[in-house]
Design a protein around this ligand. Structure first.
Ligand code: WQD
Length: 340
């Protein structure tokens, strides 16, 4: 079988870099494209070190229609995985046009050229599309709820773009993966999450607090209707999550899809509270975290976790890394950034 080429837009970012490593290990040729607007070269360098290859990298902006067309003209691309997007929920509320312009235009460009070239498209969606679910765990057929942020809205809209395009244009197929809460780092500690400024997400805030970069972690609310009063989430290991992409790309390229547009939840199926996550982090890394209970954060849902059985049945994928391993990897990565 000839080798297939997968384009990874945003391949130098947190999720994109881990996916690139797993695609390479699975025997795909990977083409990375990134404009480095939201990351530096740390993860790209780490990917090259892990794979032992100077992987091809194109510096470009997916909002630049001509550049996207040029990329597809110059390379034979069998599938594209699209990560290149802004992802800060709060910022999207403050500056919706930044999110609508960037996240929608870039994806429209990819769809347009994929249609012309007959290229398969994998879209990185999010559990945010389920909003505050009425029934838990959520499955792929659970209702999507109106999103509370422009960021979440872009995920819903891009899912719809993809669904409508694959329905209309038989030469392309599409998969949307709905991630729950991706956390952790590669076991090598050569790639990981690199938040800019003050981290908005829980695990980078925890590791930075443990590292002394932040004084105290605020636990946003302990009066939710949950066993310990803090929110419940489905925290999915980043390497497990990356492997789901390899399974999904294989399914597209080997013509194993049941319909031309498919959706899969990518999570563990295990709910974990904020306090449980903190306690596990302390235990596995043998340290004490400075934290306090703070008011609820506006926009947070009480609980969301998935039923991952459809992905297991159809993709042959399931999460295998334990929360302990994942939180150890997150701390190893933070320590590496500290130069230890
Ligand atoms: C998890 C839990 C917080 C920070 C968001 C996006 C989602 C996806 C992932 C990606 C919540 C609590 C957090 C802190 C805390 N987007 N928390 N103190 O909100 O579930 O999902 O990130 O790009 O689309 O919505 O993740 O990590 O921010 O929060 O107590 O300092 O941790 O209240 O219960 P969230 P999160």
């Amino acid at each position: 079988m000839s080798r297939k080429t997968v384009l990874v837009s945003g391949g130098a970012g947190y999720i994109g870099s881990h996916v690139t490593v797993e695609l390479d290990a699975a025997g795909y040729d990977v083409l990375i494209a990134d404009n480095f607007s939201n990351c530096d070269r740390t993860n790209y360098n780490g990917v090259c070190q892990i794979t032992g290859k100077q992987l091809p990298l194109v510096e470009m902006d997916f909002c630049d229609t001509a550049a996207v067309r040029r990329l597809f003209d110059e390379h034979q691309i069998d599938a594209v995985i699209h990560f290149a997007a802004f992802k800060a929920v709060g910022e999207s509320v403050a500056d919706p046009l930044k999110y609508y312009c960037n996240n929608l235009e870039s994806f429209l460009n990819i769809l347009q050229v994929s249609r012309e070239k007959g290229c398969n498209v994998l879209f990185s969606s999010s559990a945010t599309v389920y909003g505050e679910p009425e029934h838990l765990p959520v499955s792929e057929t659970s209702e999507r709820k109106p999103c509370t942020s422009p960021y979440g809205n872009t995920k819903q809209i891009c899912e719809d773009f993809l669904r409508d395009c694959v329905n209309a244009y038989p030469q392309i197929k599409g998969i949307a993966l709905r991630y729950f809460n991706p956390i952790g780092a590669h076991p090598s500690a050569l790639i990981g999450e690199l938040p800019r400024g003050v981290p908005q997400n829980l695990v980078p805030f925890i590791t930075q607090t443990a590292a002394g970069k932040r004084e105290c972690l605020s636990v946003f609310g302990n009066d939710y209707d949950t066993p310990d009063g803090t929110c419940l989430r489905d925290y999915i290991d980043i390497v497990d999550l990356a492997k789901a992409h390899v399974c999904a790309v294989g399914r597209m390229l080997e013509n194993k899809m049941k319909t031309s547009y498919e959706i899969f939840n990518v999570g563990t199926g295990r709910p974990l509270s904020v306090l449980e996550l903190i306690t596990t982090f302390e235990k596995v890394n043998n340290l004490k975290l400075n934290y306090k209970i703070a008011p609820r954060r506006p926009g947070d849902v009480t609980a969301v976790w998935c039923d991952p059985s459809y992905a297991e049945k159809e993709l042959g994928w399931k999460a295998v890394r334990s929360t302990e391993e994942t939180l150890a990897s997150a701390w190893a990565w933070e320590k590496r950034l500290l130069g230890e």
